[in-house]
Design a protein around this ligand. Structure first.
Ligand SMILES: [Zn+2]
Ligand SMILES: [Zn+2]
Length: 237
């Protein structure tokens, strides 16, 4: 009896740590969600994204940004609902580097909801591929942030999640410290895909920065048979 109730207590406290029943941003207890309406409305929306790379632009447009025109990316398009600034950068950082999974669940739910709206009027990919971590880094971190974000999206959208065929075959230094050209060199040959890839797929990552990771994976998927590779991220830097 004692053991049962203690286990129940532990379960409650774990749940409370993941989601304390209050808005994760302002602490408002009057919400049934992980985020209250007012904090949600204040999130930095990527209102005018480049139709290819989702770079935030000053006005709505159907024309690709100057960078995409000069150097068309190997992926079809990026969907990124928020700009990588407060509080999104803070939430992602707490999730990724401090293992605060409650923030990850919140971001995943928000991304899934955004994608459900986006895909209501366009064709959906046949497969969702989270950007893999090298096994050594995943062991060290304990989880793959891209997979944690992709899983609720796959569930909400009813699209299969593929985690066994796209591999990071080479450990690469953290991209953060590298310049764009060094990032591209750093990633060459870092990924592989086993077997034939469906024509339309989506890669999921946490943040889209220079796009070098997404570009390298898109090239690998194209070689495996993909024709239309989308990139889904929580935020655009
Ligand atoms: Zn709030
Ligand atoms: Zn662009």
């Amino acid at each position: 009896m004692l053991f049962t109730s203690r286990r129940a207590d532990q379960r409650t406290s774990l749940l409370q740590r993941l989601w304390p029943g209050r808005c994760l941003l302002c602490g408002d207890p009057a919400t049934a969600q992980r985020i209250c309406r007012s904090c949600r409305d204040d999130l930095p929306r990527n209102h005018c994204p480049c139709p290819l790379c989702a770079r935030p632009l000053p006005a709505p447009t159907t024309t690709a940004c100057a960078d995409c025109q000069r150097r068309p990316p190997p992926f079809a398009r990026v969907r990124a609902p928020w700009i990588y600034t407060l509080p999104i950068d803070h939430l992602l950082h707490r999730f990724k580097y401090h293992g605060q999974l409650g923030y990850g669940y919140l971001l995943a739910e928000l991304l899934a909801e955004y994608l459900a709206g986006e895909l209501a009027n366009s064709s959906a990919p046949g497969l969702i591929l989270p950007v893999p971590l090298h096994p050594a880094r995943q062991r060290w971190r304990g989880f793959n942030q891209a997979l944690e974000l992709a899983r609720p999206c796959a569930g909400r959208l009813g699209i299969p999640l593929e985690t066994r065929r796209l591999h990071r075959v080479r450990a690469t230094p953290e991209q953060v410290q590298l310049k764009a050209s060094a990032r591209r060199r750093n990633l060459r040959g870092a990924f592989s895909f086993a077997g034939h890839c469906p024509a339309h797929v989506a890669i999921v990552d946490d943040v889209f920065t220079t796009g070098s990771t997404a570009a390298e994976i898109a090239r690998v998927l194209h070689r495996a048979g993909a024709r239309h590779v989308e990139v889904w991220c929580v935020a655009r830097a």
